[in-house]
Structure formats: structure tokens, C-alpha cells
Write a protein that binds this ligand. Structure first.
Ligand SMILES: Cc1cc2nc3c(=O)[nH]c(=O)nc-3n(C[C@H](O)[C@H](O)[C@H](O)COP(=O)(O)O)c2cc1C
Length: 231
């Protein structure tokens, strides 16, 4: 039996295989390199990055569910400057492939400025625009639920970058097709489906929500059929 060719062309960049851990599940990657050779991945999408450092939401931030989990991390990250000057150099020592940059923002200007900065980093192959974070107020999801906002932010970002732009969409909308078409009209090269589904868990002993900010995003095998339907 010959070797199976798992290579794919991913928006103009050849990658060894289509295994790509999702943003927020893989940090900035280098911690996993202590456990195994992370170069066996096609690539991965690094943790959602904002202009300012963010501590994230109060704990608890994770609650288990049957067939999944619900999280409200709240875009914890050291901010774009430190991601570029500290996190990515650490990653470059152990990962020798292009990485996907997951970028968030709280205004159109912030999305544009973050993308412009990250676009200049050599090891970044693709930019994934997160317009769908359910766990921060004012940012993320506020953009991703309105087709006009999505089109405008994509258009503005495309003007300042050279790398392929993937727009990560939320399933927490009535009509994801309208949002996807708006991303396409804005000039997106691809879409990424799906971000987590808004959920809530209650501690039966206290009668109170488990998570620090009450609600969170449901992910895992439980949401896979929803994701496939969106795709
Ligand atoms: C702990 C955690 C943190 C996440 N953080 C981000 C993030 O920073 N940016 C983002 O675009 N998606 C984030 N996500 C969403 C995932 O990338 C993915 O879209 C979601 O988990 C659904 O896919 P899955 O069911 O295969 O996990 C996060 C998910 C989890 C579980």
C-alpha cells in the first residue's frame, strides 16, 4: 500500500493535511509541543487576539455538558503587541508551518488595525476574523449578527491585508446564509463554521447558573450536526 496523500490546498497555501485545531482550544500552540510534535498538524488557529491584553471573564469559565462543554473564557489574551513579540516567537521555535491568526475586536477600527499588524508577521498564513464570540459584550457577536456590519468590517480589513481572510461566523443568528453572503460581498476568501452556540447551565444544588457570567458557548460533539447544517 502506498502512502495516502493528505495534502490540501488551503486558500493558496499547501498544507500537509486538513487537521486544524480551532481557535481557543490550542492557545498559541507551543505548550502542546511539550507533549508531541505539533508539526503533524495541517495548521491551527491561535487564541482570539485583541488590541489590549484581556484577563477574561470571572471563573468558573467552563461547565461540562453531556456530549460537550460550555465556556465563557472571554477572549483572554496578552494583546496583539505581545502576541507578536512574545507568543509567536515561542511558537516559531517549535512549529515550522504557517499558522492561522484568530483576530477579534470591539470596533471596526480595532479589527482593521489588528489585522494590519498580524498580516505583516511572516509565520501567519491566514487571518481568521472572529465576528462571533458569544462571551464578550460589545465585541465579536455584536458584529457577526448584522450583515451590513459584517460586510463593512470585511471590506475594511481586506483593504489593509495581503493574506487570505477567513470570516468566522456565529450560529446564533436567524439566517446564517445572509451573514455568509455579506462576508462574501465584503471580499472574504473563506468562511469558518461554526463558533459556539449560546447556552446556560444551572447548578441544581444552588439553583444558580454555573458560569461566572451566567451564559457561555456550547461546543463539542453536541453541536456537530448544527455545524454541518450551517456548512
Ligand atoms: C475554551 C474555548 C475557547 C474558545 N475561544 C475562541 C476564540 O478565542 N476565538 C474563536 O474564534 N473561537 C473560539 N472558540 C470556539 C472554537 O474555536 C469552535 O468554533 C467551537 O468550539 C465549536 O467547535 P467544536 O465544537 O469543534 O469545538 C473557543 C472554544 C472553546 C471551547
Amino acid at each position: 500500500m502506498g502512502e495516502i496523500d493528505t495534502k490540501i490546498n488551503f486558500l493558496g497555501i499547501e498544507i500537509d493535511n486538513p487537521i486544524i485545531p480551532a481557535s481557543g482550544t490550542y492557545g498559541f500552540g507551543y505548550e502542546f509541543a511539550e507533549l508531541y510534535d505539533i508539526n503533524m498538524l495541517g495548521t491551527f488557529s491561535f487564541k482570539g487576539t485583541t488590541a489590549e491584553p484581556r484577563f477574561g471573564n470571572p471563573t468558573p469559565r467552563i461547565a461540562e455538558c453531556p456530549s460537550g462543554m460550555i465556556n465563557c473564557i472571554g477572549l483572554q489574551n496578552p494583546g496583539i503587541e505581545k502576541v507578536i513579540s512574545e507568543e509567536l516567537p515561542k511558537l516559531a521555535k517549535v512549529f515550522h508551518k504557517p499558522v492561522m491568526a484568530n483576530i477579534s475586536g470591539f470596533s471596526l477600527e480595532e479589527y482593521v488595525s489588528n489585522c494590519e499588524k498580524i498580516d505583516k508577521v511572516d509565520m501567519v498564513g491566514w487571518i481568521e476574523l472572529n465576528v462571533s464570540c458569544p462571551n464578550v459584550h460589545g465585541g465579536g457577536l455584536a458584529f457577526g449578527t448584522d450583515p451590513d456590519n459584517v460586510k463593512n468590517v470585511v471590506k475594511a480589513v481586506k483593504k489593509v491585508i495581503h493574506k487570505p481572510l477567513i470570516v468566522k461566523l456565529s450560529p446564533n443568528v436567524t439566517d446564517i446564509v445572509a451573514i455568509a453572503k455579506a462576508a462574501e460581498e465584503g471580499g472574504a476568501d473563506g468562511i469558518s463554521l461554526i463558533n459556539s452556540l449560546m447556552g446556560l447551565r444551572i447548578d441544581l444544588k444552588t439553583g444558580e447558573p454555573i458560569l461566572g457570567i451566567k451564559t457561555g458557548g456550547l461546543s463539542g460533539p453536541a453541536v456537530f450536526p448544527v455545524a454541518l447544517r450551517c456548512v
